[in-house]
Design a protein around this ligand. Structure first.
Ligand SMILES: NC(=O)c1ccc[n+]([C@@H]2O[C@H](COP(=O)([O-])OP(=O)(O)OC[C@H]3O[C@@H](n4cnc5c(N)ncnc54)[C@H](O)[C@@H]3O)[C@@H](O)[C@H]2O)c1
Length: 332
């Protein structure tokens, strides 16, 4: 029995992500939580003739508690997209509060679950989640993940376009750092198989991976950001976590994690000097079993990208931590 919860299940990402989880043989019980329309989405998905039950919950009548109780994995794409006239800071405060409240629920009702954060800004919402779990005394760094898989998926796709190969899935390109703009560092030099990207195309390719989200925002022309590719990416990472939990071997995906309490974390933290960083993670029965450090093997151009990423990241991480510490100080 594996119970998966999607929090924010009625949204642009939440609906297709819930659909994919309904199709997954790794999920036997699917709980959909949202502040609107989750019973409708659940009723719709419940007609699909795959094994596994699906139920929808709203906040009324202890819906969050019911959704989270017994959960093995909680995936969180809840939040609001940026609306006209809204600053990034306004968006941060709203999404930060949503993630904090949901993680308080996780701490209470499903403290042993794997927690996958999709809500942006991931560079800050993951530190927020860690602080909330620490305060509740249930933080396990092996089980908290910022989902950066969309950057990996874009790297595979855009690399294959540049080299003229029709099979993007075959390129395994590690993407490290954070999950916004210049904090995203694709390591094209470590692609397996090797990707022969012409020198004069490299910077443009890196920029396309870092700012790929903007292409979707522009093409959707006011109707939102990446939802379908994100649902695919979120599902791919969730299934990787579940495969690892089921004891399958060699399950490795990059993810934004806390750099303590996991094999290999200390060495990476020493090299990057920040508390959270995305690196390839080996997934096993307890979650993240090992972190891989690609920093020794990268080119000097990529080292420069890492330096820029670290600078941006450290501010993003502090912002997340301060959101929780300041809120608790003002409660005193
Ligand atoms: N990690 C990534 O790669 C990535 C990619 C794209 C978007 N995102 C982020 O994912 C989030 C969701 O994007 P979307 O396009 O699906 O937005 P959306 O507005 O379509 O959906 C968000 C859903 O969250 C729900 N929600 C709001 N507050 C909630 C709460 N307190 N509890 C439960 N549900 C709540 C809303 O009702 C809505 O259904 C945004 O923060 C977006 O920036 C992340």
């Amino acid at each position: 029995m594996v119970k998966a919860v999607v929090a924010g299940a009625a949204g642009g990402i939440g609906q297709p992500l819930s659909l994919l989880l309904k199709l997954s043989p790794y999920v036997t019980d699917l709980a959909l939580y949202d502040v609107v329309n989750s019973p409708g989405v659940a009723a719709d998905l419940s007609h699909i003739s795959t094994e596994g039950e699906v139920k929808g919950y709203l906040p009324a009548d202890g819906g969050l508690e019911k959704a989270l109780t017994g959960a093995d994995i909680v995936v969180i794409p809840a939040g609001i997209p940026r609306k006209p006239g809204m600053t990034r800071d306004d968006l941060f405060k709203i999404n930060a509060g949503i993630v904090r409240d949901l993680i308080e629920g996780v701490a209470k009702y499903s403290p042993k679950a794997f927690v996958l954060i999709i809500s942006n800004p991931v560079n800050s919402t993951v530190p927020i989640a860690a602080e909330v779990l620490k305060k509740a005394g249930v933080f396990d760094p092996k089980k908290l993940f910022g989902v950066t898989t969309l950057d990996v998926v874009r790297a595979q796709t855009f690399v294959s376009t540049v080299v003229g190969d029709k099979n993007p899935a075959k390129y395994n390109v590690p993407v490290i750092g954070g999950h916004s703009g210049e904090t995203i560092v694709p390591l094209i030099s470590l692609s397996e198989p090797k990707a022969d990207v012409p020198e004069d195309k490299l910077a443009e390719l890196v920029k396309r991976i870092q700012f790929g989200g903007d292409e979707v925002v522009q093409a959707k022309n006011g109707a939102g950001s990446a939802t379908l590719s994100m649902a695919y990416a979120g599902f791919r990472f969730a299934e990787a976590v579940l495969k690892g939990a089921a004891g399958e071997k060699n399950i490795i995906e990059p993810s934004f994690v806390f750099l303590e309490g996991i094999e290999g974390a200390e060495e990476i933290k020493k090299a990057v000097g920040v508390d959270f960083f995305s690196v390839p993670v080996e997934l096993g029965p307890g979650g993240a079993t090992k972190l891989f450090n690609p920093l020794e093997k990268i080119t000097s151009y990529e080292k420069g990208l890492v330096d820029v990423a670290i600078e941006g990241l450290s501010g993003n991480i502090t912002k997340g931590v301060e959101f929780i510490t300041k809120a608790s100080e003002s409660k005193i």
